[in-house]
Design a protein around this ligand. Structure first.
Ligand code: TYD
Length: 219
């Protein structure tokens, strides 16, 4: 039995968290078993790595060390949480995954997509999402929302040019992986986005035989 891996991507402040909560409620309301997790983090080891990466004191962290730490957290999450849940037939919703490393480290930090993809293929043992929802907002709007929230982390405190790079990288990925990435206009009202996502989920679930094997109403 194989579940589904749905990843959520987008710039900081794009409203991912709100929609992830709504998605979980929608899927559970339709009797699917859902596991929600996030990156970096999602395991005891991963949360420690998260603190290490995002700590504003760690200004000296090399970009390569940063990329390896994100992928180390991801390796732990994949083997401890995601793979077991998928083999139980569950729907895994992951707040950020490899695409985040491709855009933030590959393009934002200038390490290159190919290099970052290589270390991540190793970390994830080649696991790819079935669907990725990419929440698109302008970098200017993203920065505005982050600053309203206050308490920026080490990545969030980067200036506009960095966030512009990240934004353009997400655009690259949407073109490169158009078979699995769906771009959501995150500037719309919450209810509009929610409805759009629910329609996407319904058509994904109706595809193939996922419904038959994984609906948790099954004996
Ligand atoms: P996130 O948990 O989404 O931030 P928050 O919950 O505070 O909104 O991600 C933390 C930061 O880490 C975010 O700025 C994006 C960055 N990030 C990377 O640079 N590379 C990665 O691989 C991941 C997963 C996140």
């Amino acid at each position: 039995m194989r579940g589904l891996l749905i990843t959520i991507e987008g710039m900081d402040g794009s409203g991912k968290t709100t929609q992830i909560g709504l998605m979980k409620a929608f899927l559970e309301g339709n009797n699917y078993k859902v596991l929600m997790t996030r990156e970096p983090g999602g395991t005891v080891i991963g949360e420690k790595i998260r603190e290490l990466i995002l700590d504003k004191e760690h200004q000296e962290m090399s970009f390569i060390a940063e990329a390896l730490l994100y992928s180390a957290s991801r390796a732990q999450l994949v083997s401890q949480v995601i793979k077991p849940a998928l083999s139980r037939g569950e729907i895994v919703i992951c707040d950020r995954f490899v695409d985040s490393s491709l855009v933030y480290q590959g393009k934002g930090r200038g390490l290159g997509y190919d290099e970052v993809k290589k270390i991540n293929d190793f970390a994830t043992q080649g696991l790819e999402p079935d669907l990725t929802l990419l929440f698109n907002i302008d970098p200017e709007e993203s920065l505005k929302r982050i600053s309203v929230r206050g308490k920026e982390d080490r990545l969030e405190q980067e200036k506009l040019p960095f966030h512009q790079q990240v934004h353009s990288a997400y655009k690259d990925l949407a073109a490169m992986f158009s078979d699995r990435i769906i771009v959501i206009n995150a500037g719309q009202p919450i209810e509009t986005i929610q409805k759009e996502i629910e329609d996407i989920l319904m058509s994904l679930l109706e595809e193939g035989d996922y419904n038959e094997v994984s609906n948790c109403n099954c004996p």
